[in-house]
Design a protein around this ligand. Structure first.
Ligand SMILES: Nc1ncnc2c1ncn2[C@@H]1O[C@H](COP(=O)(O)OP(=O)(O)OP(=O)(O)O)[C@@H](O)[C@H]1O
Ligand code: SF4
Ligand SMILES: [Mg+2]
Length: 315
């Protein structure tokens, strides 16, 4: 297994108490595979990814669990070791909204070349040559290296950001909502690019999105997050036609379908406050199948279909 995450927790300190953004999340990722992490806004998707690349804000109150990259446990590594051995080189990330944080006064090529200059000690000229190749790989012509961010469309900026994440040839690429700021046709182009990269480079990916339909094409597996927990994990082939967890079922039936008479359902209620999540199963206040036990005891992960479901219905 390339990456194994077990019992990952990331809490943030706030005046109201600890926000339990990631609360005991476990999953694994194989070489060359893509795992989709889906769920409503605020369920902890970005926090899970940030915990893996150790991009932590100052107000972290709890950061624990195991993140194993092949045989190496990453959490005990010092910040220096993590920066020199792991971040960018082994695991890189396209952050949510990254295309809007390109520096407006620097040429795009130089910004993309930065990891090569900093981490590999290449000269500016050598780094720019590699960036031109990477730009071709992501479908940008090489003259784009000399442009400023405002001279690029949204789709082009996102391609440049993806090129930047590939500069040190990582084993794992994490993409956090890489298409959510783009219009539908550009979204499709970026998805095609990612599919090509997966095929050509054999790179493993974690694809984070609230849009399960968009991700269905590229993901081999899905992890469904709800209120800081992973409530269902399994192969795309099994989860998409036959979701087991009531939340996954609701999430899938909220997707509009072109050739169907069924009106999309919406999920009643709102995701809970992660400072004081509901007792027992965190989905119980919104679940159509809620039983007495559900509000009292947190369900364990039950193995179903080669994956797991965290729900009393399957225990
Ligand atoms: N630094 C922080 N301090 C306090 N709370 C935070 C911090 N960062 C994130 N949170 C909270 O943690 C929870 C999970 O946030 P996260 O950004 O991981 O969700 P998400 O699933 O990525 O949502 P979205 O789909 O909107 O991007 C939210 O309640 C969020 O407000
Ligand atoms: S454990 Fe109970 S409340 Fe939670 S999803 Fe299953 S049936 Fe619904
Ligand atoms: Mg997010």
């Amino acid at each position: 297994m390339l990456l194994e995450v077990s019992n990952l927790r990331l809490y943030f300190k706030t005046l109201r108490g600890d926000v339990k953004a990631v609360d005991g999340v476990s999953f694994s990722l194989d070489k060359g595979k893509t795992l989709g992490i889906v769920g409503e806004s605020g369920c902890g998707k970005s926090s899970t990814a940030n915990a893996i690349v150790r991009n932590l804000p100052r107000n972290v109150s709890r950061y624990e669990g195991r993140i194993c990259l092949e045989d190496m446990d990453l959490i005990p590594l010092s910040e220096d070791e993590f920066r020199s051995k792991i971040r960018w080189r082994r695991i890189s990330m396209v952050f949510q909204g990254a295309m809007n944080s390109l520096n407006p006064v620097l040429k795009v090529g130089f910004q993309v070349a930065e990891p090569l200059i900093i981490h590999k000690g290449l000269s500016r000229g050598e780094a720019l040559k590699i960036v031109e190749e990477l730009f071709r790989l992501v479908g940008l012509s090489s003259e784009i290296v000399n442009r400023y961010p405002h001279e690029l469309s949204g789709g082009m900026k996102q391609r440049a950001i993806i090129a930047m994440a590939l500069t040190l040839n990582p084993d794992i690429l994490i993409l956090d909502e890489p298409t959510s700021a783009l219009d539908v046709s550009i979204q499709a182009q970026i998805m095609n690019l990612l599919k090509n990269l997966k095929r050509k480079l054999g790179i493993s990916m974690i694809f984070i999105t609230h849009d399960i339909a968009l991700a269905s094409d590229i993901c081999d597996e899905f992890g469904v997050m709800y209120a800081g927990e992973l409530v269902e994990l399994g192969s795309a082939e099994k989860i998409l036609p036959s979701p087991k967890h009531p939340y996954t079922q609701k999430l899938l039936s909220s997707i509009p379908r072109l050739h169907s008479d069924k009106t999309p359902e919406f999920i009643p209620g709102a995701p809970p406050d992660l400072v004081a999540p509901p007792s027992g199963c965190r989905f119980h206040p919104r679940c159509p199948y809620v039983m007495d036990k559900c509000s009292r005891e947190n369900p364990p992960n039950t193995l179903v279909n080669g994956g797991f479901v965290k729900c009393w219905l399957y225990k």
